[in-house]
Ligand binder design. Structure first.
Ligand SMILES: NC(=O)c1ccc[n+]([C@@H]2O[C@H](COP(=O)([O-])OP(=O)(O)OC[C@H]3O[C@@H](n4cnc5c(N)ncnc54)[C@H](O)[C@@H]3O)[C@@H](O)[C@H]2O)c1
Ligand SMILES: [Mg+2]
Length: 307
């Protein structure tokens, strides 16, 4: 997973040999590691490792940021000794997310998601027998019936709803205090992305949306590996009255351009709603919700510029 290779593959094509790009070379190499236990075992000897304890990665602290050390030698030591020896601490990934950079977080997210998946798929759901992991950890096989299990992600839609001048954000009681995010929800079986967006917005805030526009996607490891599919949508004209589904959300509200732009500039801020000032935080930069909110602000800024 965190292994890179400097080998350039040469592939015979009708006109002769073509040197493959670095990206293609890397993709082919990773494919080989997933398929070939022997090649993967060999690569492990020169590989770099992240350390986890109960799904928490070992991180080092430097100037209010977390660094993610990689190790080449592994020994079996008690947790506290590892922390002292390696000058770091095992920190819950959810807590570290505000202080990680995106390069580190992507590999850490994948590593944690794989560890969690393996931990939860030790047995075949058909035979009840223990399953066996391949060396790369890209699948598990049941030796009694050869069923192969692959790591899974659940598709989730996340939508930033706008009424043209304001955007709608909501919070669940489990969010950090004062944090509001875009509306998210797991896709039901048989649904496409558009249907999931319409249903989730209707379910959570009682509004109907149109003009959906796909923005980007992201792997999200919490709580169980989701593929976040992010998009923008607008409410049908005249439909702005929010009816919060309190089974799913603690609160939802429309936010003005100024409120959002201020919150993006500052790390935390206060906003005035119904004569009360309350803390208002946006999701961390690594969350795709943050990207959606940033895109919305940029779109509003462009729209207000003279032609
Ligand atoms: N990366 C981001 O920017 C970002 C932002 C917001 C939410 N999220 C993630 O989106 C995910 C979904 O958001 P939500 O909690 O509002 O979803 P949701 O609105 O679908 O509500 C969750 C409920 O849906 C049900 N559910 C249906 N299918 C499920 C499945 N496969 N796994 C778990 N529960 C399922 C459960 O009853 C659960 O309590 C969360 O896990 C959250 O971590 C990510
Ligand atoms: Mg939801």
């Amino acid at each position: 997973m965190s292994l890179y290779c400097g080998i350039a593959y040469r592939r015979k094509i009708s006109q002769g040999y073509r040197l493959l790009s670095t990206y293609v070379t890397k993709a082919r190499y990773l494919f080989e590691l997933k398929e070939d236990d022997g090649a993967c075992k060999k690569a492990q000897q020169a590989g770099a490792f992240y350390l986890f304890h109960s799904l928490a990665p070992l991180l080092q602290t430097a100037e209010h940021r977390y660094l993610v050390p990689r190790f080449s030698l592994l020994a079996s030591l008690p947790k506290s000794e590892v922390e002292t020896e390696l000058q770091g601490s095992f920190i819950e990934l959810r807590k570290a997310i505000f202080q990680l950079n995106s390069m580190d977080s992507s590999l850490l997210f994948t590593a944690q998601a794989l560890l969690r998946w393996h931990d939860g798929h030790q047995f075949c759901s058909k035979s009840g027998q223990p399953t066996r992991k391949n060396i790369a950890g890209s699948k598990r096989v049941c030796p009694s019936n050869n069923i192969i299990y692959y790591p899974q992600m659940a598709p989730v839609v996340i939508t930033l709803v706008s009424d043209g001048t304001r955007c709608l954000l909501a919070r669940q009681s489990s969010f950090p205090k004062g944090m509001y995010s875009a509306l998210a929800g797991f896709c039901d079986i048989g649904e496409n992305m558009e249907e999931a967006v319409r249903r989730e917005v209707a379910e959570e805030v009682g509004l109907e949306v149109e003009n959906m526009q796909f923005s980007a996607s992201q792997h999200w490891p919490f709580p169980n590996s989701s593929l976040m599919i992010a998009c923008h949508a607008t409410v049908k004209p005249g439909q702005t009255e929010i009816q919060v589904n309190l089974r799913e959300l603690e609160a939802a509200a429309w936010f003005s351009y100024d409120e959002i732009a201020t919150a993006l500039r500052k790390k935390g801020t206060y906003i005035q709603q119904q004569n009360e000032a309350f803390p208002f935080l946006l999701p961390p930069k690594l969350a795709i919700a943050h990207q959606l909110i940033q895109e919305w602000v940029e779109k509003q800024t462009c729209a207000s510029l003279p032609a």
